[in-house]
Ligand binder design. Sequence first.
Ligand code: PSV
Ligand code: MN
Length: 399
Amino acid sequence: MNSAQLRRARAALASFAIETPSWGFADTGTRFGKFFQAAAAIDLGDKLADAGHVHALTGCCPTVAVHVLWDFKPGEDPKAVARLARKNGVKIGSINPNLFQDQCYKWGSFGHNDPAIRERAVQHCVDSIAIGQAVNSEYVSLWFADGMNYPGQGSIRGRKHSFEESLRALHKKLGPKQTMLVEYKPFEPAFYATDIADWGMALLLAKKAGPRAKVLVDTGHHYSAQNIEQIVAWLLDEDMLGGFHFNDRRYADDDLTLGSIDPYQVFRIFHEIHFFAADRGRAPKIAYMIDQSHNEKPKIEATIQTVVMAQELFAKAAIVDHDALRRAQAKNNVVDAELILKKAFFTDVSPAIAAWRRANQLPADPLAEHRRTGYARAAAADRRARRKALGIVQGGSYA
Ligand code: PSV
Ligand code: MN
């Protein structure tokens, strides 16, 4: 790396934070089964402790996303949760309402044909907005399992109208500092027609909802050959990119560790963001978040791997030579333009990362340091004993 690259990579690292998901620390799995881990978090206290540990090691994950139904007991004081987060060295980040588990949502939530169910779903989101305000969180992140499994089951246009109406009603309840993120996903659990199936639908709905609604791109929620960075560039240009849920994938929404399959894709996404910032002279405001659940890897290790990979790829994308790229593009010099991206991708940015970690009194190797601390071993012992005391029998051995 030359000194200009070092400077740019350091500046990028200083500006980069990524939110961890509370659910990524707990026992989760596939719809076919779960393989339990002794060190998995049992409750929100454990999740926040794990998130705090990851932040202490990486210096890059100051906030934790929470899922309202999974993390908040009925009647729980959100301010107490915020205090617990602070005690663990983190803050509560995006609030994720849950519109897919209650029995009443069998035929949908915002897209349900019964106005009473739609109202109930909107009310749950209004309650989530209030939680967000109590804990000073900026983002309410909406994902809908709504859709249909069979042709003819319902009116596609009717459901679209219900979404428009409910999202507009919800937008009115946002506080002045809150942003509402609309996530899309082409499949699962609805396989014939998901109501918000792609970025175009999310974009239209967000635009109709109001100025503080933006699109959330979950990298796993795309068809195999889809060009995600193109979607990102378009959303940026429209000032409609609100945030990311990062993960990698091979076939569907499989939540693999970021960059484990295709790090170059993540690099290309970050490149579009840095290139946009260079052209506009301002960095866009984007909520970077992880959305991964790990069934095989130890959860904290997988999270650290993801964070470290995200930092590395963000730094690599920051050193793309934008002037040279613009010149190559102006001359339609395809080979040079491509090589400019490749050169940055293959540059070893570890000197910049090492310097940034040193400057922030962080361990040089967060994963090695995590293993050295014995945190997972201690968590496993503690949580195994607490499960026993609580009478939680999950079967199998807690590896
Ligand atoms: C749905 O697949 C999703 O991506 C949404 O963001 C949910 O909130 C999250 O996964 C739950 O893991
Ligand atoms: Mn997601």
